[in-house]
Ligand binder design. Structure first.
Ligand code: FAD
Ligand code: FES
Ligand code: FES
Length: 468
């Protein structure tokens, strides 16, 4: 039995736990406002809000319901566009109408949900922030400018209406319906959110599983781990950052603690999928999925991370660079789960850099991605770790290139010399994301870019001019 609150209604259902939340909402509950378009998390037409009880009240996040497993709704408040409707248009809906932000209207419920979700999730708001919140919503009619104007107008209106954003103030100014005020106590009555089943397919946010094999997932009783408390949390201790594999890209993005551990994270996170997908995508799923172009996988390889794998209370540690054995083959025994990930905190000598090239700059998977971490003292490279994705059957840790550079003075000549070693470690193939030659060239350019980013006055390192 899965129990949750759908808008203002308590739901207790014995529907198959593997069905997509969107199918439950549209077919079982006949709420047709959330639209079904791509069914792959790409367009945002099915966006909903997922509210989770925290110590400070209910925290709402937008997600794409077409690839959200029903079981992940357990103990939460699910809000569709119907749950935001009131007798009159909310200021968000009115702003969309006034700025001509809606034409055919198919994308509009998703946009309104994402825009409203931004107000629910943030105490302080900005135009850049609200526009970021609709980075996973696609519109084929308006050309976006009118939607951006609507978003700007919402921020101006909010700043005029509300001195401080809170559920009470949003209700008072009719941004959301009154029933939102009672949701915390109603959620408390249906805790916990953590569920156990007899399923064997480990299920995080479902963003890979529900795209790769949606039909099979509908019929599968999965082992839900998205809400497993043992796989949550971020800890900075004894020079290391340790975090749970069920933390999502979104939860790490919001964590001030994690930002201290991952230099340049604001820039990096914006290159990873969309707000909705980041809110669902666990780091465990990114690593275990073993995609050769997983962004977090490449980041964590360059951070020389260690995995903590758990089965029946027994744990073993394994270097991430030893985890991948062949295409989609990993060192994970039956029944074992990836529980935690650990990496060394950067020192003031540490240089860390991430680059991603995809067909679109934002909201796309990489053609090639590249990350590096090393220490630089008096121009000398130490403790260097390089990782590249999209150029082989597995996410590639560059053992030989890292060894070649270790202990040497960083110069332009050295980097050029290292390229021939780099070429011995990659074997790209031609596919929809580019030809083998293009990807080899990208790997080379992104390798060079790792060092161009260093701004150090005493470093003798001219900008490399690349000839193709
Ligand atoms: C629209 C869209 C955009 C995307 N954009 C990006 C992008 O920009 N960059 C990127 O890197 N990825 C991207 N992805 C891919 C995906 O979101 C990530 O790989 C994500 O991190 C997967 O996590 P999940 O929790 O959703 O995995 P799930 O689908 O739940 O699981 C994936 C696999 O991991 C296993 N698994 C999950 N957690 C564990 C665990 N703790 N222990 C053992 N096994 C486990 C599952 O059994 C399954 O085999 C995108 C996906 C979509 C749909
Ligand atoms: S239908 Fe496109 S994201 Fe869900
Ligand atoms: S208004 Fe038609 S898709 Fe956005």
């Amino acid at each position: 039995m899965i129990t949750f609150i759908l808008n203002n209604q308590l739901v207790k259902t014995s529907a198959a736990s593997g069905i997509a939340l969107l199918d439950f909402i549209r077919k079982e509950k006949q709420l047709k406002g959330s639209k079904l378009v791509c069914k792959e998390g790409e367009c945002g037409a099915c966006s909903i809000l997922v509210g989770e009880l925290t110590e400070d009240g209910v925290f709402y996040q937008s997600m794409t319901s077409c690839i959200t497993p029903l079981v992940n709704a357990q103990g939460k408040h699910i809000v569709t566009i119907e749950g935001l409707n009131m007798e009159t248009l909310s200021p968000v809906q009115k702003a969309m109408v006034d700025a001509y932000g809606t034409q055919c209207g198919f994308c509009t419920p998703g946009f309104v949900v994402s825009l409203s979700g931004y107000l629910l999730a943030n105490e302080t708001v900005s135009t850049a922030g609200i526009i970021g919140a609709i980075d996973g919503n696609i519109c084929r009619c308006t050309g976006y400018k009118s939607i951006e104007r609507a978003a700007e107008n919402i921020i101006a209106q909010v700043q005029q209406d509300l001195s401080k954003i809170s559920i009470d103030r949003l209700v008072a100014e009719k941004y959301i319906p009154t029933y939102f005020k009672n949701i915390p106590e109603r959620l408390l009555a249906i805790q916990p959110i953590e569920t156990t089943t007899n399923g064997t397919v480990k299920l995080g946010g479902g963003t890979d599983l529900y795209v790769q094999r949606p039909v099979a997932m509908y019929e599968t009783e999965a082992m839900p781990i998205y809400d497993r408390s043992a796989m949550k949390g971020i800890e900075i201790k004894d020079g290391f950052c340790t975090f749970g594999a069920a933390e999502t890209m979104g939860s790490l993005y919001r964590s001030e603690l994690f930002k201290k551990a991952l230099p340049d994270s604001d820039y990096i996170f914006k290159l990873l999928s969309s707000t909705q997908i980041r809110n669902m995508a666990t780091i465990g799923g990114n690593l275990v999925n073993a995609s050769p172009i997983g962004d977090f996988t490449i980041l964590l390889l360059a951070l020389d991370s260690t995995l903590i794998l758990e089965k029946d209370g027994n744990r073993r540690s394994l270097a991430l660079k030893e985890f991948y054995k062949g295409y989609k083959q990993i060192d994970l025994n039956g029944g074992e789960v990836l529980e935690k990930i650990r990496f060394k905190l950067p020192s003031n000598l540490t240089k860390f850099h991430f680059e991603k090239v995809s067909q679109r700059k934002y909201f796309d998977i990489a053609s090639v991605n590249f990350a590096s971490k090393f220490e630089l003292k008096d121009g000398l490279i130490q403790d260097i770790h390089l990782a590249v994705g999209g150029v082989g059957p597995i996410p590639t840790y560059l053992h030989k290139t890292s060894a070649f550079l270790t202990g040497k003075i960083l110069t332009e000549v050295l980097i050029k010399a290292a390229i021939s070693t780099l070429y011995t470690e990659i074997a790209p193939i031609s596919d929809a994301r580019g030809s083998a030659d293009y990807k080899r060239l990208l790997a080379r350019q992104l390798f060079i870019a790792q060092f161009l980013a260093i701004e150090q006055a005493d470093l003798v390192f001219e900008k490399i001019i690349i000839s193709v």
